[in-house]
Design a protein around this ligand. Structure first.
Ligand code: NAD
Length: 415
């Protein structure tokens, strides 16, 4: 792991991009602080009648370009600094995807798999109630993240609307279709990553060549990457989740592996592959490594052992700043999280637009609009990367910070 916490990682990433922007230091200083962070305590009534006191946060990082936007994470390691970092990365990500949003994020420190369905509902409603005065369609629009689902978004929306006394479908995104969700939201994060990866492969002269990949984290983002990426010639040979991994150099069959995961709750022990550790997945001899779980998994200790020529960051913050440099020096291209996984928030934005207008789009339209937006973002970032001969993360931050700072400049610093 890095010695830095996730927020310190963000500060370092800002400092590494700042010299390439000709802007006043005061704007950089503003970007380095979240605007406000709400900390709440939820008394959760458990099924056995006792009460568990649970902590949660919602961080508003920057709203120069529009309302705060970002998911809510349920995990036993969630802390204030992590939520702050994730909200700051959302500011960068929304500016990267050219969305009319700033950055926000929420989290609850809980192991959700230890809760019954009733406990999960009471916890989710408690959180939605706690942050209800801090959010709204034009204020802050939460969405799913690790271990949060369309069902949880439904409880969030229902609680919020009951508190307010009116219908407001675009106050959350990632909802089921019946409650105003968007077609194409389920696989949007992985799909956006595919469009960006396709553009990188094109430029590197690799598109159309047979390529292999491993995926660390086989949840929403990771499993959809497995489902989709054979469209661009990528064979997934390894995958892992919190319980372990599986590897087969001949390739893993998506439908069969999903069947095994649904039945057993994990990809580990899959009969079609050899049992391996998450470290073996990260260090496997493949063309592309796709981290799709949590922060800091590629770090000083293991970066030199990564053999992949491309790291596609579907997770947020999987590569520490130290590892980013080591990978670059070893000739590995890191496609940073704020671009690689921005498909999720982009389709969330499409959901927000559709909910506000009542005009719902076909899945084909969603895919086309997503492709167009991310292909444009990739092209602009690639140009900056080449112009300055810098890492792709730096180039992405240069462009995104430039957009946010431009917004702040037009607004002026007030009060
Ligand atoms: P998820 O809860 O659906 O899946 C997370 C997966 O990671 C699970 O399979 C879990 O078992 C696995 N995991 C946890 N610890 C692990 C470990 N130590 N080793 C290997 N696997 C481990 O979550 P998700 O929505 O797919 O999110 C995954 C990552 O993608 C997060 O960093 C999230 O912030 C990011 N992300 C998600 C979205 C989205 O739309 N879902 C959008 C942008 C970014």
């Amino acid at each position: 792991m890095s010695k830095m916490n996730p927020y310190e990682m963000f500060l370092k990433q800002v400092d590494e991009a700042a010299p390439f922007l000709k802007v006043e230091q005061e704007f950089i200083d503003i970007l380095k602080e979240p605007k406000e962070v709400l900390e709440i305590t939820i008394p959760l009534r458990l099924d056995d009648g006792t009460v568990k006191v649970v902590k949660g946060w919602r961080s508003h990082h920057n709203n120069a370009l529009g309302p705060y936007k970002g998911g809510v994470r349920y995990h036993s390691n969630v802390c204030k600094e992590e939520v702050m970092a994730l909200s700051a990365w959302m500011s960068i990500k929304c500016a990267t995807a050219m969305l009319p949003y700033g950055g926000g994020k929420g989290g609850i420190r809980i192991a959700p798999r230890e809760l019954s369905q009733g406990e999960l509902e009471r916890l989710s409603r408690g959180f939605a109630l706690g942050i209800s005065r801090f959010m709204g369609t034009d204020v802050d629009i939460p969405a799913p993240d690790v271990y949060t689902t369309p069902q949880i978004m439904s409880w969030f929306v229902d609680t919020y609307e009951k508190v307010k006394g009116w219908s407001e479908p675009s106050c959350y995104t990632g909802k089921p279709l019946e409650l105003g969700g968007s077609l194409g939201r389920g696989d949007a994060t992985a799909r956006g990553g595919m469009y960006v990866l396709r553009e990188a492969l094109k430029d590197m002269g690799l598109l159309g060549k047979p390529l292999t990949a491993t995926i660390q984290g086989y949840g929403n983002a990771g499993s959809f990457a497995h489902a989709l990426y054979d469209q661009i010639g990528i064979k997934v040979v390894g995958a892992s989740d919190s319980k372990g991994g599986t590897y087969n150099p001949k390739g893993l069959d998506y439908a069969d592996l999903m069947k095994h995961k649904r039945a057993s709750g994990t990809v580990s022990d899959y009969p079609g592959g050899e049992k391996v550790s998450t470290d073996q997945i990260l260090e496997a001899p493949v063309d592309i490594l796709i981290p799709a779980a949590l922060e800091g998994v590629v770090n000083e200790a293991n970066a030199a052992k990564v053999k992949a020529k491309i790291v596609l960051e579907l997770a947020n913050g999987p590569t520490t700043p130290e590892a980013d440099v080591i990978l670059h020096e070893n000739g590995t291209l890191v496609i940073p999280d704020v671009l690689a996984n921005s498909g999720g928030v982009t389709v969330s934005c499409f959901e927000w637009i559709q909910g506000r207008t009542g005009d719902f789009w076909s899945e084909k339209t969603v895919h086309e609009k997503l492709d167009e937006r991310l292909t444009q973002a990739f092209g602009e970032i690639w140009k900056i990367k080449k112009e300055h001969n810098i890492r792709m993360r730096q180039a992405t931050y240069v462009r995104a910070m430039g957009r946010i700072i431009s917004g702040m400049r037009f607004r002026g610093i007030w009060p």
